[in-house]
Design a protein around this ligand. Structure first.
Ligand code: NAP
Length: 338
């Protein structure tokens, strides 16, 4: 093969947002597969807040991205050359392929999954992908909402939070409150997605609104943001509440300034449980979650939005959208031609 292949590598560790110095575009030949490998033409990138955490030189659930390495990222693409029985020519596959035009997948390590024909790629990366499954397993396995419960979710107009609220309704929650930034997002989750109420954390008094909307306390709080919003929810828990620690996006750009929780002793008084959750622990059960999700989607009980950014070179800007709140729903990059 003689065509060229682009890759965005981590040139330096970011301070705050990902600016133009953080990533460097490199070009090289399209790779050839060795025995047991396949070459994938990457078409769609899943843009997730956790990518920003991998850019820091700090301990996490995966090692930091090394300087000079391709930025790690879940992606969907098509097998264009193969020496692997697992990845046939033309198959659509999902895996940690990174911000690049071409990736090698390895059958020995089973680094990618084949996606069935006919699945819309943006749906495969959102509602049936990592964020949809995060909402599903995080809420149902850790939050365990009961009929009539009051459920609160932050990041409520994002890929994960928007689905959490709708699953809670589908499972019979009594009141579902979403916390999101700005009047448009708040209107969308109530008017389009069926949340019972929204709190605009950029304009409202969050503790006062929580007390008003959840007079008997919060039974399940699904936390996507951490910081002062988590603290405000802790102050308003119901007896035996469950707090799902899914993410803390308010701290990803500046770990040093993370808010120290002052209301965690409410967990004692309310005999509540706060538990961290990683969707990676549920990969073996994705088919179960995807099956139930498909039913809700077909019944119109769960809707989703995607925010598509065009072009590999704009992947850093797409990542930044998650931190400025420039997205509604799942951020995906459509990779262009080199
Ligand atoms: P997303 O919600 O689609 O996008 C992130 C949203 O966070 C933005 O749209 C923005 O919405 C909000 N936000 C940004 N900075 C904020 C701040 N300082 N305070 C409050 N809200 C802020 O992203 P996602 O992919 O679905 O991820 C949501 C969370 O889930 C993240 O924390 C992510 O790390 C976590 N996650 C965890 C797992 C896991 O396995 N534990 C898996 C996937 C995702 P507003 O406009 O409303 O501010």
């Amino acid at each position: 093969m003689t065509e060229s292949s682009r890759r965005l590598v981590l040139a330096q560790r970011p301070q705050g947002m990902v600016d133009e110095d953080v990533c460097r575009m490199e070009t090289g030949p399209v790779p050839e597969p060795a025995e047991g490998e396949a070459v994938v033409r990457v078409r769609w990138l899943s843009i997730d807040p956790t990518i920003r955490t991998w850019m820091d030189d700090a301990p996490g659930y995966l090692p930091p991205i090394e300087l000079g390495a391709v930025v790690r990222c879940g992606a969907l693409g098509e097998v264009i050359a193969t020496r692997s029985d697992r990845y046939p020519l033309g198959a659509t596959v999902f895996g940690m392929m990174g911000w690049q035009d071409h990736a090698i997948v390895d059958s020995g390590a089973a680094t990618a999954q084949v996606i069935p024909d006919g699945v819309d790629p943006t749906a495969a990366l959102s509602i049936f992908g990592v964020t949809g499954m995060t909402a599903y397993f995080g809420l149902l396995e850790i939050g365990r909402p009961q009929e009539g419960d009051t459920v609160v979710v932050s990041g409520a107009a994002g890929a994960t939070g928007s689905v959490v609220g709708q699953i809670a309704k589908a499972k019979g929650a009594g009141t579902v409150v979403g916390i999101a930034g700005g009047p448009e997002k708040c209107a969308w989750i109530v008017d389009e997605l069926g949340f019972d109420a929204a709190i605009d954390y950029k304009a409202d008094d969050v503790p006062a609104r929580l007390r008003a909307l959840c007079p008997d306390g919060i039974d399940v709080y699904f936390d996507n943001v951490g910081g002062v919003i988590l603290d405000a929810c802790l102050a308003n828990l119901a007896l035996r509440a469950r707090v799902v620690l899914c993410g803390a996006i308010s701290a990803y750009n500046d770990r040093g300034s993370a808010h120290g929780l002052t209301n965690y002793t409410a967990l004692i008084a309310r005999r509540a449980r706060m538990e961290g959750f990683l969707v990676l622990d549920y990969v073996d059960r994705f088919a179960e979650g995807q099956g139930e999700m498909l039913g809700w989607v077909l019944e119109g009980k769960v809707k989703h939005a995607v925010h598509v950014v065009e072009g590999l070179a704009d992947a850093p800007d797409a990542l930044n959208l998650l931190f400025t709140g420039g997205n509604t729903g799942k951020v995906i990059v459509k990779v262009d031609e080199p």
